[in-house]
Design a protein around this ligand. Structure first.
Ligand SMILES: [Zn+2]
Ligand SMILES: [Zn+2]
Length: 180
């Protein structure tokens, strides 16, 4: 069966190996790869295969922005953020368990020490954590915007000091108490 690349649509997927013992289908055009979660899990269980190439210092990573159709069943694949530090997402087909990894994303996973954590990445808790951290970041930006850098840093300092203070509650009450 000839499979077309879900990312660049002109490429044809050809059998390759992502790691020793981890079969994949790779696109000659965009260098993205398709792996099946079944072979991924089998690879994980083979301890001898767990020596992953050391991460390179600078990685060129692609991320397919458009929604992708699974090359096997044509259903839309779901995008999963890898971390809150970059925009990269893995595309997974829930119905046939295929995973699309854009060019450089495997190396990115390796650099984050996450090549063995793909199942976790594809989970709700992981995705929720990223969403929460994003919300936190946005909130910090908002406060920074309102206060300006100097006061923001002062407040951040105070917050850090306060969070580990044994009399935190007393200080909070004191700070919030209105003086009449
Ligand atoms: Zn391609
Ligand atoms: Zn599919």
């Amino acid at each position: 069966m000839k499979l077309n690349c879900p990312s660049c649509s002109n490429g044809i997927l050809k059998p390759t190996k992502l790691e020793p013992g981890l079969p994949a289908l790779s696109c000659g055009k965009c260098s993205g790869v398709l792996i099946s979660m079944l072979s991924y899990r089998a690879w994980l269980e083979e301890s001898s295969y767990q020596n992953i190439n050391p991460a390179k210092t600078s990685i060129e990573v692609d991320d397919t922005e458009h929604a992708m159709a699974c090359p096997k069943c044509r259903n839309f694949m779901t995008k999963y953020r890898v971390s809150d530090k970059g925009i990269n997402r893995l595309d997974s087909c829930g119905s046939c368990g295929e995973l699309w990894i854009d060019s450089g994303e495997w190396e990115l996973l390796a650099s984050l020490n996450l090549t063995k954590s793909i199942s976790s990445i594809l989970s709700q808790p992981w995705q929720k954590q990223i969403a929460l951290r994003e919300a936190d970041k946005k909130n910090e930006q908002k406060v920074l915007g309102v206060l300006g850098e100097q006061d923001y840093l002062k407040v951040k300092d105070l917050k850090g000091w306060l969070s580990s203070h044994p009399e935190k509650e007393v200080i909070m009450r004191y700070l919030l108490r209105k003086n009449h």
